[in-house]
Write a protein that binds this ligand. Sequence first.
Ligand code: AMP
Length: 222
Amino acid sequence: MDLLLIGPPGVGKGTQAARLRQALGIPHLSTGDLLRRHAAEGTRFGTAAAAHMRRGDLVPDELVTEMALQQIRDRSCAAGVVLDGFPRTLTQAEALDTALAAAGRRLAAALHLTAPDQTLLRRLTGRRTCGGCGNSYHLDIRKPRTPGQCDNCGHRLVQRGDDTAETARVRLAAHTRQTQPLLARYRRAGILHEIDGCGDVGDITRRLLAVLAPHATESATL
Ligand code: AMP
């Protein structure tokens, strides 16, 4: 089953995608994480994307599409994938539909997670990530046992370069502007579901799974 999580930065797409992966047994593909890995490794994709990411701008469509489709076509994603952060534009959405159709697949659902801007800014600017295992923390909401250090592997926690207040505002505004056409596309296709992204993490997962229940049965019986 191929799924898409849409939502502003900080709404918890990464957290929920990981929980859906566990519940449904399909991998999670975050183009943001993938781009950061490419940038850290200095690959062709990473080098070309780095300056756009630092500014909080979108990476050009051709680059991110080539990188994402390469992954979606991989054997590890043959039973489906939870897409997080891709597609972000109509051009990317069209390329995704074409690639899925060529493989006899289609998006089962586009899940739109929402929260007020103020909540999102607080979540983004307080977010800290482990430089070792990638575990995510928050200065107020999800503190590590030892300040500045990962509970899992002991590595130092760092703030993502694009999680400063100024860049976070740019990313939120860009998200609103750029996702409207995408939301309209998936609404027209009848696969858009609006999900409240506020409250307990487990409750949000339950809301998502409730929407997916008919599709999960469908793919289990295929
Ligand atoms: P994220 O972790 O999803 O917030 O993504 C971090 C950054 O990676 C974004 O601000 C963009 O610069 C870039 N990025 C991730 N996914 C895409 C995409 N589908 N299209 C364009 N840029 C992307």
